[in-house]
Write a protein that binds this ligand. Structure first.
Ligand SMILES: [Zn+2]
Length: 453
């Protein structure tokens, strides 16, 4: 589905539902507008159920100011109009009171966008808009001033945030979602790690972006789709949506990959909005060549090395989940000794310096193994590998959920009691026993299969 081809009113209904479902606005606290190609402005209504807006609820404002609609326009419509008047290049405006945006707005701070490239590259410039009462001309002027000065994001003092997109409503949401993830990392790093997050510098980002290009590889025309490939495509599309729902991926942030066989693997394409992932979106890399007509994530080169080095690895996920990322923007180590699940399933983590996804590909491929599944790349991402892609996703959830638990204990001013050396030893013995039993069961299953033949 081409989202941008939907009617503006339908785009507003869909994105508003998405924001509400993502707990990034209250029922009353968000509004959206789109300027169409004829200069008409479409805007969400005042009040109503933001989780269930209907096409006819959306108002149309003609260039002469006439308002067409069945419901009253949002109280904040004048701010949307002021932004669109100040910046003729802006096509869509998003406003929300997400907990993260409000947290920044009540301390009068702007988002730290230089936490990691996936955020820095989408976030745009932001500034504070001076407080004004909702519905007042003062507030509309204060917000428009920020956009007039060239920013695409305004944090409104003691209110929420406005984002303007020069592309589309869908893009405005993608920016919003990425920024919301970033703010959570920004505000939780001091809680989890005891200090402000470390930021990348402009020069580092520039160098990173010069390298983060689609790998140069030949193309091939696929000759049909085998059953295993189809299964993996379906699994990846399902996991993309799940990762979005579970706040492991932002709308466009994150990479999923699954091995198909010894010579080929699938990877998500560049720019995919994970909530709309489809099995056919996935890009097949076979014998070092890319399925024609598709653009893989630039991680394809690194993942190829990981698969080549580790025949036991069948799936890889890379992402910036907001709580776990605190450890990637800090020198504090991620602690796996919390519960048997985190100890047994995450097993081992290792940090690599910023830029390692290009400069230390061989080292990352060398490190990652079935029993060393988690690589943390500073100020970039977590890379988690497993025998199957579903398992990598499971490990991502464990990684993020454990970081959330630590966050809760620190906020509650409690002291963590880690599992002891002795308990860890016992867990390791139990895991080995279980693995042995599973391997024996598998062997006897295979043998009985052969005998039946
Ligand atoms: Zn508001």
């Amino acid at each position: 589905m081409k989202f941008d081809h939907l009617h503006p009113a339908d785009q507003i209904c869909q994105i508003m539902k998405r924001i509400y479902d993502r707990k990034e606005t209250t029922v009353s606290g968000g509004n959206l507008s789109i300027r169409d190609s004829e200069g008409h402005i479409w805007v969400s209504p005042s009040g109503g159920d933001k989780g269930n807006l209907q096409h006819d609820d959306v108002l149309e404002i003609l260039p002469d100011g006439t308002v067409i609609g069945t419901k009253p326009a949002s109280l904040e419509t004048p701010i949307h109009q002021a932004i669109l008047a100040a910046r003729q290049d802006i096509k869509a405006v998003l406003h929300a009171h997400s907990p993260a945006a409000v947290a920044l707005s009540i301390v009068h701070e702007t988002p730290q966008t230089m936490l990691y490239p996936a955020l820095a590259n989408i976030a745009g410039k932001s500034a504070l808009a001076v407080y004004g009462a909702p519905g007042s001309d003062t507030l509309a002027a204060n917000v428009a001033k920020v956009f007039k000065e060239g920013c695409d994001v305004a944090i409104l003092e003691n209110h929420g945030l406005f984002i303007g997109s020069t592309r589309s409503m869908k893009h405005a949401f993608e920016v919003f979602d990425a920024i919301d993830f970033g703010i959570r990392t920004q505000l939780n790093t001091p809680v989890l790690c005891g200090h402000e997050p470390s930021l990348i510098r402009e020069a580092q980002l520039k160098e990173y972006n010069e390298r983060a290009q689609v790998p140069v590889m030949g193309t091939f025309a696929p000759d049909g789709v085998g059953n295993e490939e189809q299964l993996q495509r379906e699994m990846m599309a399902m996991l993309c949506k799940r990762a979005c729902q579970k706040e492991i991926f932002s709308a466009t942030g994150g990479v999923i990959s699954a091995r198909v066989d010894g010579n080929s693997f699938l990877i998500t394409p560049q720019g995919l909005d994970h909530a709309y992932a489809d099995p056919d979106d996935m890009v097949l890399i076979q014998n070092g060549k890319c399925e024609e007509g598709k653009v893989p994530q630039f991680y394809a080169e690194l993942f190829q090395k990981i698969y080549d080095k580790n025949p036991g690895i069948g799936g890889i996920v890379a992402a910036n989940p907001p709580y776990a990322m605190c450890y990637a923007v800090s020198e504090t180590d991620y602690d796996i000794t919390l519960i048997p699940e985190s100890y047994n399933i995450l097993m081992s983590t290792k940090k690599f310096p910023f830029g390692s996804t290009f400069t230390k590909q061989d080292e990352i491929a060398e490190y990652l193994a079935v029993n060393r599944p988690v690589a943390i790349v500073e100020n970039e991402c977590y890379i988690i590998a497993s025998p199957a892609v579903f398992k990598s996703f499971d490990r991502f959830e464990i990684t993020e959920y454990s970081a959330k638990s630590v966050n809760m204990t620190i906020r509650g001013q409690k002291k963590i009691v880690n599992i002891t050396e002795e308990q860890m030893k016992e867990l390791s013995v139990r895991v080995k026993d279980r693995q042995k039993k599973l391997a024996e069961a598998e062997r006897s299953r295979m043998e009985s299969k052969i005998h039946k033949k």
